[in-house]
Design a protein around this ligand. Structure first.
Ligand code: AMP
Ligand code: GLY
Length: 422
């Protein structure tokens, strides 16, 4: 089989490495991939949002199965375009990807179907939003409606910050049209859990839970990033909470999307907060999380491609999806200065002994050398019987990977370990 994977980050590298385990796979193409994946896939110089060229490539190369991994091509309708040409795909169609593409849509969906989430108001007029923040409870959370490269959520600790957020999103159009509407919502507290799930619109199978570390600095300080590391499973997510989420969140969401005529097929990501009043949805993503995928897929014991095809064929109910009972830790190695300003072009050395554990996100090949080419450069994942061991092994492997200006957090997994001590 010939497979194509759309996207170019660490998540896509993890998907590609897992798909490669299937014996029927002859070739994997990455569109566009990155230099660090060249051993695992053939890189194709087509951007992840170039729908026309991606479809043309799939048809010309007789692709048997396509995986569309990032949010933007999904929200733009790449799956619809590929399916129209008869290419079977993993990923939701455009009308279902809106669950991530529009926060107003997802909030209204949750309200309509009684799915627990933060209370909220929607605004399309900046002055009305400004009037609202004059008297709303503080802290509050201001969210741009559309995709904003993961930066569209502002936690305002003061009224002033809330006003500034409204002005920069709605008046200054910091995120362009994504800020035509905004959601202002209740500030929630509690441990956060990421639950990725496979769903074919009928059955939903949650994957092993995980915990992201979004801030740039140790002890959750500094700016929000795309994610500086992950662990799985997330010890805060007990069996009782998992059961409650299945009943009150996962099944009702799948049901709600069906009732809206927007059947979701693919990986539905539930970003949850475990509040004192029970688990609530912070966000939905219409795709695998990054860097959650880099801990979740290494723990998947079943064949990924088989599960993905069962999602496409709507036969997920008959498919076994089994996870290991071990733990995983992924430490992201970034370029110093990320997420603001950083240098690129430093040579990366990855010793052979850790190659299997490395998922490359931002690198390019030049004259046979692998060079840094992004903020998040790569992730190093290790698996062990306990979380403590997985953390120790990951940091040990991180020490063996070298590149100029490398930066990483030193406390990935520590919050999870604290939970275990309770
Ligand atoms: P997102 O960009 O949607 O992933 O959101 C970024 C982060 O903002 C989340 O991971 C949460 O930590 C935080 N967040 C979003 N909504 C809320 C909320 N209502 N209350 C508290 N924190 C929130
Ligand atoms: N790690 C969070 C995300 O993928 O959106």
């Amino acid at each position: 089989m010939k497979i194509m994977v759309v996207g170019g980050g660490g998540r896509e590298h993890a998907i590609i490495k897992k798909i490669k385990e299937n014996k029927d796979v002859e070739k994997i193409y990455a569109l566009p991939g990155n230099g660090g994946m060249a051993k695992d896939a053939e890189l194709v110089n087509i951007g992840a949002t170039d729908i026309e060229k991606a479809v043309e490539f799939a048809v010309e190369n007789k692709i048997d199965y396509a995986v569309v991994a990032p949010d933007d091509p999904l929200v733009l309708g790449m799956v619809d375009a590929l399916e129209e040409k008869g290419v079977p795909c993993f990923g939701p169609r455009k009308n279902a990807a809106i669950i991530e593409g529009s926060k107003v849509f997802s909030k209204d969906l949750m309200k309509k179907y009684n799915i627990p989430t933060a209370q909220y108001e929607v605004f399309t007029d900046a002055d009305e939003a400004l009037k609202y923040v004059e008297s709303c409870p503080i802290p509050t959370v201001v969210k741009a409606d559309g995709l904003a490269l993961g930066k569209g959520v502002i936690i305002a600790m003061t009224r002033e910050e809330a006003k500034n957020a409204v002005v920069s999103i709605m008046k200054d159009k910091q995120f362009g049209k994504s800020g035509d509407s905004i959601v202002i919502e209740e500030f929630l507290t509690g441990p956060e859990v990421s639950v990725l799930s496979f769903t074919d619109g009928k059955t939903v199978i949650p994957m092993i839970s995980s915990m992201d570390h979004k801030r740039a600095g140790d002890n959750d300080t500094g700016l929000n990033t795309g994610g500086m590391g992950t662990v799985a499973p997330n010890p805060y997510y007990t069996k009782a909470i998992a059961d409650e989420c299945m009943e009150k969140i996962f099944l009702p969401t799948i049901d709600a999307m069906n009732k809206e005529g927007r059947t979701f097929k693919g990986c539905l990501y539930f970003g949850l907060m475990l509040t004192e009043k029970g688990p609530k949805v912070i966000e939905y993503n219409c795709r695998f999380g990054d860097p959650e995928t880099q801990v979740v897929l290494p723990l998947l014991e079943s064949d990924l491609l088989t599960v993905m095809r069962a999602v496409t064929d709507e036969t997920l109910a008959d498919c076994e999806v089994k996870f290991s009972d071990k733990s995983a830790c992924c430490v992201i190695m970034a370029s110093e200065g990320y997420p603001v300003k950083y240098e690129k072009g430093y040579e990366i050395t990855i010793p052979e002994e850790v190659e299997d554990n490395v998922y490359v996100a931002g690198a390019k090949l030049e004259n046979g050398k692998l060079l840094t080419n992004g903020g998040r450069v790569l992730g190093v994942t290790k698996i062990a019987d306990t979380l403590e061991q997985a953390i120790a092994l990951s940091y040990n492997a991180v020490e063996k990977v070298c590149f100029g200006n490398a930066y990483y957090r030193h406390d990935i997994g520590q919050k999870a370990l604290k939970c275990k001590e309770v």
